[in-house]
Write a protein that binds this ligand. Sequence first.
Ligand code: SAT
Ligand code: MN
Length: 626
Amino acid sequence: ALAQTVILVDGLGPVPVVKGDPKLLPRKVLQFVAQKAFLMRPRAIYICDGSIYERDEMARKLTAQGVLKKLGAYSDAYIARTSPEDTARVEARTFVTTKSKKVTETKKPDKGSSEIARWMSPEQLSDELDARFPFCMRGRMMYVLPFSMGPIGCQFSKNCVQLTDSPYVVLVTRIMARVSPAVLDAIGDGDFVKCIHSVGVPRPSVVKIPHNWPCAPSKLIIAHRMEKKEIWSFGSGYGGNSLLGKKCVALRLASSMGKAEGWLAEHMAIISVTNPKGEETFIAAGMPSGCGKTNLALMKPALPGWKIQLIGDDIAWMRFGKDGKLYAMNPENGMFGIAAGSTDRTNPGALTALKRDFVVTNTAETSDGRYLWQGLEDEIKGQEVTDWKGKAWKKGSKAPPAHANSRFAVHCADYPNIHPLWDSPKGVPISAIIYGGRRPAGIPLVTESFSWSHGVFLAAALKSEATAASVPAATSDLQHDPMGMRPFIGYNFGDYLKHWLSMEKPGRRMPKIFHVNWYRCHPVTGELLWPGFGENIRVLEWIIKRTTKGQYPAVLKSAYGYLPRQEDLSLCGLQVDFKELFKVEKKFLETELKETRDYFRAQLYKETPARIGIELSEFEDRITRM
Ligand code: SAT
Ligand code: MN
């Protein structure tokens, strides 16, 4: 018989290893792999190394399964199509498990569950996992995916090992995180974050698999065992549900670690802005999914002489340095941006990034091997188009060619405007934090907070229209989304706000906090008042001058916050209605105040930090005096 590499699993016997050497796995990793192989019973084990050979092998496999196609117009580029039932994050099925409930949720008077960090007891979670994971990989390969969030082996980086039965997850994690055998060396005798993921469809499957994309939406669960640093995900192969390093590790788990250790894990882009004089400023921008973080990070400024460089487009880990400055680093290796709507006007950066070694998911494709989505229709020159569901598509068809939450995954390093410090383990010093959502009415284009605590209050009161990034997105109603983190805060919301407030300490250079709203509409015509995209540089210019000593010392004070004077905002060459863009109305703010107060009451109840209570009453006083 052929000598074969195996892992001996207690109570089960040898399980074949088709790639990689189990002898090179650290002891605790080997133990983890063996225990979970016993639980999930894969037919074989594959130890990943993140190489291009591995990418090619996953691509061949997924192509044979009919999930993936090569996009011949670029090199090493692929289009993936998911099941139409598996296209976005599912917040209602996402849970945080801690021994004590109050670590995760604020105490509420009624029984309804928290909108932020939904708690599940350890006992219930055990039952839920027992009902799903035993034998769930039967007939499938179990991939062992060692990855690091942050540069491998650095002080603040997190070593992780994900077990998954999805070759798509292997393919995309290689872009989004640092997958390498060096992670195993970095783990050594130490601990690591344990990620366990299954699409939840053992073989042979008794059910038909739509689009050859196995998933189990009715059994979907994403659970975080915070104390054990374990993530369990079942039933979905898509994005934030399955690429566990991203939202699960780098936001939910990291935010709770940051709370304990005095740092912040936030849903933020990190950008460098250089003015025509060559002076550089770093800005962190927090916004809900689908509100323009990636567009901002890849922006081509409309004002001459200005330059924006990318450090990160989705996640920032931030901590104060000994010099009192706030440093932000990007724990990711790639971008998972929304494809639909990215065009030369809205996001030229995305199109320049997508040249080689990328994967698009749920977009359309043309018969000459290009990607296609909403906004690019004019580029079709006689080619045939296949939409995200795999059906023929024609210009003028009623359904859009790509799913509204279609995504591209591409290496940060492949973006021409990447900042040289993008992968610095220390990060870059942040001068300003900007927050924003989609607010068609009432909220000015840009507002500066009066103080750190007022900025935290504005951010906590952030609202935005719902987007396609999570399901169900049946409405575009306004939703509260504190700090753009509603789905990603990994612990008690009251403690989260206290943690933010506690950042302000003597000797620290606190960044100024701003609120932006690119989405205000004319109250009568409903048209957008601001062109957005590359023109947003005009707002960034004002923000930067406000953070630079001696520049623009004057502002207008409104009940909502400081506003720019008209003469200080570069508007040359633009036709905009300054008055409407910056109008602050008493009636509107009264409603805003009431809704914010109700929201805090419902989600924080008695755990509203005292300082937030003071901010609420000061806001009320300012409105009364209007
Ligand atoms: O689906 S992801 O969570 O990766 C993207 C997002 O919603 O921000
Ligand atoms: Mn995001």
